[in-house]
Write a protein that binds this ligand. Structure first.
Ligand code: SF4
Length: 413
């Protein structure tokens, strides 16, 4: 570790902790945190509202760090914007700006890890393997940079209203830093985002679900189901081997009872995998059972699949039609899943069973909005530019099987 490097990343510190770390009073600490979040740096000269000695003390223990924006893709089809950020060690993560129903309000879908160890079969990130956890400041900085981009591109009071932990990575596998990031995001002098508008979406880690209930109870819980048939779920989501759905739902039930919040159940429809009438009937029965047992009905969110292959394809090759064909074949082999055409029929079965659902708008298909696509394609670009030596976040070989949260950033309701 570099001894000269200040220890605190000022975007990920709460005012009380900053005050304690450098012996300044809480009011100054709040104003310094506010400056860090608004400016993305500490000003060279203390503004009138902050004592110079306090600013110097903060500078002595901390600094404002940032991520490099390497790509910004605005969808031509809808108001989704996807960002690829390079971290200080060269790894790549991505975030998505999602428009909400109310004009001027947006949700930031953020990454919590570089890659992911859970290897969901239908997820581009799951094919990367896990490189590392993100630090709390790296999570907060994604939101801060999206907010800055909103100010520059939309203006007029547009703001980040909510945060969704559904980008790259399993957030509850990085629970310490995710919870610290949530605390900072909701701190009034930092990003001031109401915790009730923050959703953590998990593939199903029961201990992490219990931590959310105990430590940040206002935060909403999302569960990725994949399938409610155990054998099929395990094929799609290997985490089911370690934590079967039954165990995950027990933890989700405790969470619902402790917090009073209904969990969101995300169900990505995949043709011929989990989209039959029987699958729908099983899902309806599970939802009714959950409501009967815990007194709270889950909110079921049906998600059309965003094909990985659509924008996670190899770059066009200079080798002509032959190479293009080979690239197409590789691309098709990389994604065996297809968007289900049975969404309406599936939903009708739920409705007939008395179980409500929403269809989540699956936007940004043209910008690689499915989790992991843009970071992967950026890593491929950099690998090709460097003569195939590879960027540090270059995806590793795809695991044989997979798990996870839904692959498509949602339009929260
Ligand atoms: S869906 Fe989520 S949990 Fe599953 S591999 Fe992708 S990032 Fe990981």
């Amino acid at each position: 570790m570099d001894e000269r490097r200040p220890r605190l990343a000022l975007q990920a510190v709460l005012p009380a902790d900053l005050a304690a770390a450098c012996g300044i009073d809480l009011t100054d600490a709040r104003r310094i945190v506010s400056l860090a979040h608004r400016l993305g740096e500490l000003p060279a000269r203390a503004p009138a509202t902050v004592r110079r000695a306090a600013l110097d003390a903060a500078r002595a223990v901390g600094e404002v760090r940032t991520l490099a924006l390497v790509e910004r893709r605005a969808s031509a089809e809808d108001p989704f914007v996807k960002y690829a950020f390079r971290l200080e060690d060269g790894a790549m993560v991505e975030s998505v700006r999602i428009p909400l129903e109310r004009p001027g309000r947006y949700s930031a879908c953020v990454s919590s890890q570089v890659g992911c160890a859970l290897a969901c079969a239908f997820c581009a990130t799951g094919r990367m393997g896990l490189t590392r956890n993100l630090e709390a400041w790296e999570i907060v900085e994604q939101v801060r940079l999206i907010r800055r981009d909103l100010g520059a591109t939309v203006g007029g009071g547009a703001r980040v209203h909510g945060v969704l932990f559904q980008g790259m990575g399993e957030p509850l596998a990085n629970a310490d830093r995710v919870i610290q990031a949530i605390r900072v995001l909701s701190e009034p002098s930092a990003q001031a985002i109401d915790m009730r508008n923050i959703t953590v979406c998990t593939a199903g880690l029961p201990s992490g679900i219990r931590r959310l209930a105990a430590e940040v109870p206002a935060v909403r819980l999302g569960l990725s189901l994949g399938s409610v048939r155990p054998g099929r779920r395990r094929q799609l989501m290997p985490i089911d081997g370690a934590h079967p759905l039954e165990e995950v739902l027990a933890a989700a039930g405790e969470h619902a009872r402790a917090t009073g919040h209904a969990p969101m159940w995300a169900y990505t429809l995949l043709a011929d995998q989990n989209d039959t009438d029987e699958d729908a009937a099983s899902l309806a029965a599970l939802a009714r059972g959950f409501a009967a047992q815990h007194g709270i009905s889950p909110r079921i969110s049906l998600i059309p699949y965003n094909a990985i292959a659509a924008s996670d394809a190899p770059l066009p090759s200079p080798g002509g039609a032959e190479d293009q064909r080979a690239a197409e074949e590789r691309r098709a082999a990389a994604d065996p899943f297809v968007r289900s055409p049975r969404l309406a029929a599936f939903r009708a079965v739920l409705t007939a069973a008395g179980v409500g659902s929403i269809v989540r708008y699956s936007g940004g298909g043209d910008v690689g909005a499915a989790c992991g696509q843009l970071a992967r394609s950026q890593a491929q670009v950099e690998a090709q530019r460097s003569g195939g030596r590879g960027a540090s976040s270059r995806p590793r070989a795809a695991p044989d099987a997979a798990v996870g949260a839904p692959s498509t950033p949602p339009r929260p309701v």
